[in-house]
Design a protein around this ligand. Structure first.
Ligand code: NAD
Length: 335
C-alpha cells in the first residue's frame, strides 16, 4: 500500500522502513506536519500515517478522503489530534498504537520526579562549570511521601508500581479501578482528596473534553502547598498560564513537563538559534524549579520498534481485508 507519512524524523524513516521490509508497502516521507494546508500532499495515498502534533480536523480529513485515503494510522497512543467523529462520518478508519511501551513513559515520569526533586539537571550544569556548591539543590526523600496518580491505565498503573517500590503511598484517581493498582495498595479517591493530600501529582489521563485543563487555577488551589506537578500525558490537561501563576506564588513547589499545551509550534524542532515567541513557554523556562523536555517520554528503542510494527500491521491488515484490532473509536457525542 502507498502510505504518506507526515511529521517524519530520521528515526521514523529508519524504524518504518525496517518494519515494512518484505510487506510491499511504499512509505513516502514528508517532514511537514499534516494540517489543512498540507493534506493535499496525501492525494492518491490510500494510507496516511501521522504523529502527536499533526492536525486531523474535519477539513483535513475531508481532503484526505477526497484524495482516496481510507486509513489514518497514528503512530502514538493518544488520538486527541484527530476529529474521530468527522472521521467516522467520512468513512476514514483511524488506527492507533494502544500500547507500544507504557514502561517507557512510566519510567520517564519517574525520571522527571527524581531529577526535579534532587535538582540533577541543575547539578549537571553546575558541575560542568566547576561549581560544586550544593546551595539550592536540596530535595526530599521520596520514601513515605504521597504520590497522586491521575489516570490509572497502562502508564499510570506502571508509574504507581515503580513509585510504590520507592516506598511512596499511592493515591489514585480514575473512573475505573485498575486491579494492578489496588494490588500494590493504591487507594482510589476523588480528585479533590488526591490533590489535597499528594506531595507529587502525576498526570496520566488522555486529553479529552473532560480532561482539558483539568489542572487549572481552581484545582491548583486545592493542591498541597509546595507539591510537585508532573505531566507526561498531554499539554492540554494543564492550564499552563494558571500553573505559571501557581509557581510564582509558590503554591506549587516544582513542575516537570514532557508535554505542553502549545507544543506543536516548537517541539521536535531545533529553536536554539531562534527567538521563542511563546511568552508562556519562555517564562516557564526561566524557573529554577521547572524541568521541561520536548515530548520524549515515549522515545525508547523498544517503543519506536513497536510503534513501527503496529503501524505496518495496520496497513497490512487493511490491504488483506482483515479487521483492524487497534481502531480508535469516536466517543459518544454526549460524552
Ligand atoms: P490508558 O487508556 O491505558 O489509560 C488512561 C486512563 O485515564 C484510563 O484508565 C482512563 O479511564 C483514565 N481517565 C480518563 N479520563 C480521566 C479523568 N477525567 N480523570 C482520571 N482518569 C481519567 O492510556 P495510557 O497508555 O496509560 O496513556 C495515557 C496517556 O499518556 C495517553 O492518552 C497519552 O496522552 C499520554 N502519552 C504520552 C506519551 C509521551 O511520550 N509523553 C506517550 C504515550 C502516551
Amino acid at each position: 500500500m502507498r502510505v504518506a507519512v507526515f511529521s517524519t524524523k530520521p528515526y521514523d524513516r529508519r524504524s518504518l522502513d525496517a518494519a515494512a521490509e518484505g510487506t510491499g508497502h511504499q512509505f513516502h516521507y514528508f517532514e511537514a506536519r499534516l494540517t489543512r494546508d498540507t493534506a493535499g500532499l496525501a492525494r492518491g495515498f490510500p494510507g496516511v500515517c501521522i504523529f502527536v502534533n499533526d492536525e486531523a480536523d474535519a477539513a483535513t480529513l475531508r481532503t484526505l478522503k477526497d484524495g482516496g485515503t481510507g486509513l489514518l494510522a497514528c503512530r502514538c497512543a493518544g488520538v486527541n489530534q484527530v476529529d474521530l467523529h468527522a472521521a467516522r462520518e467520512l468513512g476514514v478508519a483511524v488506527a492507533r498504537v494502544p500500547a507500544y511501551s507504557p514502561h517507557a513513559v512510566a519510567e520517564y515520569a519517574v525520571g522527571l520526579i527524581l531529577a526535579l526533586n534532587r535538582n540533577i539537571h541543575r547539578a549537571y550544569n553546575r558541575v560542568r562549570e566547576g561549581n560544586f556548591s550544593l546551595d539550592g539543590l536540596m530535595g526530599f526523600d521520596l520514601f513515605g511521601k504521597t504520590v497522586g496518580v491521575v489516570g490509572t491505565g497502562k502508564i499510570g498503573s506502571l508509574t504507581a508500581g515503580i513509585l510504590r517500590g520507592f516506598g511512596c503511598e499511592i493515591l489514585a484517581h480514575d473512573a475505573y479501578v485498575n486491579p494492578a493498582c489496588t494490588a500494590i495498595g493504591a487507594r482510589y479517591v476523588g480528585l479533590d482528596e488526591l490533590l489535597a493530600a499528594s506531595d507529587v501529582v502525576s498526570l496520566h489521563c488522555p486529553l479529552t473534553p473532560q480532561t482539558h485543563r483539568l489542572i487549572n487555577a481552581e484545582t491548583l488551589a486545592r493542591m498541597k502547598p509546595g507539591a510537585m506537578l508532573i505531566n507526561t500525558s498531554r499539554g492540554g490537561v494543564i492550564d499552563t498560564g494558571a500553573v505559571v501563576d501557581a509557581l510564582k506564588s509558590g503554591r506549587i513547589g516544582s513542575l516537570g513537563l514532557d508535554v505542553y499545551e502549545e507544543e506543536e509550534d516548537y517541539f521536535f524542532e531545533d529553536f536554539s538559534s531562534r527567538v521563542i515567541e511563546d511568552d508562556v513557554l519562555a517564562r516557564l523556562l526561566t524557573f529554577p524549579n521547572v524541568l521541561i523536555t520536548g515530548h520524549q517520554a515515549f522515545f525508547t528503542r523498544e517503543a519506536i520498534g513497536n510503534i513501527a510494527q503496529t503501524v505496518v500491521e495496520s496497513f497490512t491488515h487493511l490491504e488483506q481485508g482483515r479487521p483492524l484490532s487497534n481502531l480508535a473509536e469516536a466517543p459518544p457525542m454526549s460524552a
